[in-house]
Design a binder for this molecule. Structure first.
Ligand code: C2E
Ligand code: MG
Ligand code: MG
Length: 769
């Protein structure tokens, strides 16, 4: 049977502090305890009493009348018999009344000692020295018998005093010189015996107190453990030094579907599935707690939590473990549910960012272990913002769900799909044998997402751009891979949407370069590093300047002149374009106001600027502040204002047009130009891209296209400006094709305001200057 005497190391001070041990003895039913102690010592006291009586009788035979001796002997036997009887009754726990009275042992001790000493003391005087010596020794030995009564110090004191008084009486009767020294000796002896008894009693009391505390604590713990075992809270177990079960609560047998016999004598770690954590804990022979392990039970797998302490024998030898176990299956299930919810994206049911990080970590480790390659595809939807803006968030959510479902379906077993947030997804390919494999999957994903998405009240289309990295070649940590995949994704987006781009090192250099440029650009405006140059626009017929195009320049203190094609996209991405664009509009209007009234200025405006709130008010305020006629301001936008589903930019252009400002469609022919764009009543000018114009020199089909564009533009009452005119041939060709205006190095490169203004002065004035 298991002995659960688990000892809590509670110091005795917690219960006995501040209390006299004797008081404790009395307070805790110690009267019973003393009665028991007196009963145990009673035979010895009786033996001592009878032996000493025999010595006394033997020394007095023939010197004292026989009847007296006989009577005394009988009396001593009777007294001892009475004492034994009384002690036994007092020790009986069922007895009550006078038998268990606290004063009774004192009275008994006093009576016993007094009766015993009467004869030796009465006949002492006048006896020969040898007899007196024997009588004295017998009485002294009797006095020492007080130690057998030490548990009741008053009884011991009464015992000692009764014999001492009798001894003094005997010495007194004898008379002579021995009286004084005898009394002194007796007093000292009595005092020593009494003090000794008191000391013994105190030590005993303390011992009893501690034992009592431990018994109480042991009982309480025993009760709790029984309840723990019976109430279903857990189960108890014990092993021997070889970790074989020597005890196990019956409850766990039911749970495991095995009988006690099938468990006892078997190795605990083997029974519990050779769990490494448990094995280590047992081998270490140190206490352990909360070791959770799965166990195959009759009702399916369950989880147990084990805690235990090693048991050591008195010699310090290891005897096994004793511990508790509890069924934590429900707790584990709840924790699993919580963990799953915490790692799952609510909207799509895919792994969320946190779990994706975990998947990437596992994929890296797997690739490193096998010496293979893993891939991370970082995907972002193209044109998703427009879906939200135009159709609302419910449609946006439906689109995200549909995309998630398609990605997961197409990825299949090749990759695990997760949502990083917003319209960003990740596909983790733990095993990617070749770059081609990742590319092939990426292209299938792009194709699948490009299919129109039905969102209940209609269908919409989004695209997918993907940046791809490989582990361990591109990076060995999650963060490194995510950053590089993001860089590759950025490249994919900037090269045109719906693409997949694999990361390479030059991209990272570019990205770092961008970060540095962005940092410097933030201070460029305040440090007056931005300038505007003006390029003349020429009327084909008169070959006179009719306007200027304002082109921004950044004079970087270390890099020199940074072209707008480099820094304008950065300004757009980091949100600086709003401030820069406003500054360009105001400056261009101010400069144009100083030119003759027939000269216009055109300002380039990017799609991002059109998406910002307040462009019309910025333009309106600039016109009012500079008193420039709206018709003298032209805003140039590129055809990307038509990209995406959002109608916002076109609405803004209509509002600007309503102010009286001219709108030009810039760089026509450089991208996927569609003649359908012309059929909008927004533009009053069409600017043919320079590359397109130069192509016309050697491509007859380009020439034909330009002719058609010019003809169509005329039907929409639009003027056509040809850009990038570098040679007279270009000029003549464009003139023949019917372009109304031209612009290019042939007529003037972009130049600072002063030089541009000088071009407007009459030729003779210019020469004079
Ligand atoms: P863009 O609006 O098409 O401007 C014409 C570009 O062609 C200018 O380049 C100009 O210097 C260049 N160019 C003019 N004539 C010739 C020629 O005969 N041959 C050649 N090869 N090039 C010629 P730039 O100044 O580098 O500007 C590039 C682009 O940056 C502009 O193209 C415009 O889209 C953008 N940009 C310039 N300034 C601004 C601005 O203030 N705001 C915004 N949002 N974009 C601007
Ligand atoms: Mg332009
Ligand atoms: Mg242009």
């Amino acid at each position: 049977m298991l002995h659960m005497s688990i000892k809590a190391p509670v110091p005795a001070a917690t219960s006995t502090a501040g209390r006299h041990p004797s008081a404790l003895l009395r307070a805790r039913g110690a009267v019973d305890h003393r009665a028991e102690a007196l009963w145990r010592t009673a035979p010895f006291l009786a033996g001592l009493s009878l032996c000493c009586a025999l010595v006394a009788l033997w020394s007095l035979v023939g010197r004292v009348p026989a009847p007296l001796l006989g009577g005394w002997g009988v009396l001593v036997v009777a007294v001892n018999a009475a004492m034994l009887r009384a002690r036994r009754r007092a020790a009986d726990p069922t007895a009550s009344g006078p038998a268990r009275s606290g004063w009774r042992p004192i009275a008994e001790a006093a009576g016993h000692a007094a009766l015993w000493s009467t004869l030796p003391a009465a006949v002492f005087a006048g006896q020969p020295a040898a007899t007196q010596a024997l009588l004295g020794a017998a009485m002294g030995t009797m006095m020492a018998g007080a130690f057998l009564l030490a548990i009741v110090p008053l009884a011991a004191t009464a015992w000692v005093l009764a014999i001492a008084i009798a001894f003094v009486w005997a010495l007194h009767a004898q008379g002579g010189e021995t009286l004084a020294s005898g009394i002194v000796l007796l007093s000292v002896f009595s005092a020593v015996v009494i003090a000794g008894c008191l000391t013994i009693e105190r030590l005993l009391a303390r011992q009893v107190g501690v034992a009592h505390d431990e018994r109480e604590r042991g009982e309480a713990i025993g009760l709790l453990l029984r309840e723990y075992e019976e109430q279903g809270a857990g189960w108890l177990w014990q092993t021997d030094a070889h970790h074989q079960l020597t005890y196990v609560s019956p409850r766990i047998c039911d749970r495991l579907g095995r009988s006690t016999a099938q468990l006892l004598g078997h190795s605990l770690p083997v029974l519990l599935g050779c769990d490494a954590k448990l094995g280590q804990a047992l081998a270490a022979r140190v206490p352990f707690a909360g070791v959770e392990l799965p166990i195959a039970a009759a009702m399916g797998e369950c989880w147990m939590s084990l805690s235990a302490s090693p048991i050591f024998g008195v010699g310090g030898e290891f005897e096994g473990f004793r511990g508790l176990g509890s069924d934590v299956t429900e707790v584990r299930r709840a924790q699993d549910r919580i963990r799953r919810v915490a790692l799952m994206d609510d909207l799509t049911g895919l792994p969320n960012r946190q779990q994706v990080r975990g998947l990437v970590t596992e994929a890296i480790a797997y690739a490193e272990r096998r010496g293979s390659r893993a891939a991370l595809l970082f995907a972002d939807l193209d044109g998703f913002k427009a879906v939200n803006d135009r159709f609302g968030h419910a449609a946006g959510d439906a689109a995200l769900r549909a995309v998630a479902e398609r990605l997961a379906r197409v990825a299949g077993t090749q990759g695990q799909v997760g949502r990083l947030g917003g319209d960003e997804f990740a596909i983790v390919m733990a095993q990617c044998d070749s770059r081609e494999m990742a590319e092939a999957l990426g292209h299938r994903l792009i194709k699948a997402v490009a299919e129109p998405v039905d969102f209940g009240s209609g269908a919409l289309q989004v695209g997918l751009s993907i940046g791809c990295v490989f582990a361990p070649t591109d990076g060995g940590s999650v963060d490194e891979l995510l950053v590089k995949a993001d860089i590759a994704l950025y490249q994919a987006k900037s090269r045109g949407r719906g693409r997949l781009t694999l990361f390479d090192k030059t991209m990272q250099r570019d990205a770092e370069e961008r970060v540095l440029l962005e940092r410097d650009l933030r201070q460029a405006l305040a440090r007056d590093q931005l300038k505007i140059e003006y390029q003349p626009v020429i009327d084909v017929e008169t070959q006179a300047i009719v306007g200027f195009e304002a082109l921004i320049r950044w004079a970087h203190p270390e890099r020199g002149l940074v072209p707008p094609a480099i820094f304008v996209p950065i300004a757009e991405e980091c949100g600086l374009i709003a401030g820069i664009g406003e500054w360009v509009i105001r400056t261009a209007c101010t400069d144009a106001a100083s030119w003759p009234g027939s000269i216009f200025v055109s300002v380039n405006v990017s799609r991002v600027q059109l998406e910002l709130p307040g462009l019309p008010s910025v333009v309106g305020e600039a016109l009012v502040a500079t008193r420039l006629q709206p018709a003298r301001l032209e805003l140039e936008v590129t055809e990307n204002v038509f990209q995406g589903e959002s109608a916002g930019p076109l609405d803004v252009l209509r509002r600007l047009r309503a102010l009286g400002v001219g709108i030009a469609l810039d760089d026509f022919g450089s991208g996927y130009s569609s003649l359908g764009y012309l059929n909008r009543t927004i533009f009053h000018t069409l600017k043919l891209d320079g590359s397109f114009v130069r192509d016309a020199a050697h491509k007859s089909e380009t020439l034909a296209v330009i002719r058609a564009i010019v003809a169509l533009a005329k039907t929409f009452r639009m003027d056509v400006t040809a850009e990038g005119i570098e040679s007279f041939e270009d000029f003549a060709r464009m003139k023949d094709l019917g372009c109304k205006r031209v612009q290019g190095y042939l007529f003037g490169r972009p130049a600072p305001r002063a030089q541009a203004t000088a071009l407007l002065l009459p030729a003779d004035t210019r020469a004079a200057e």
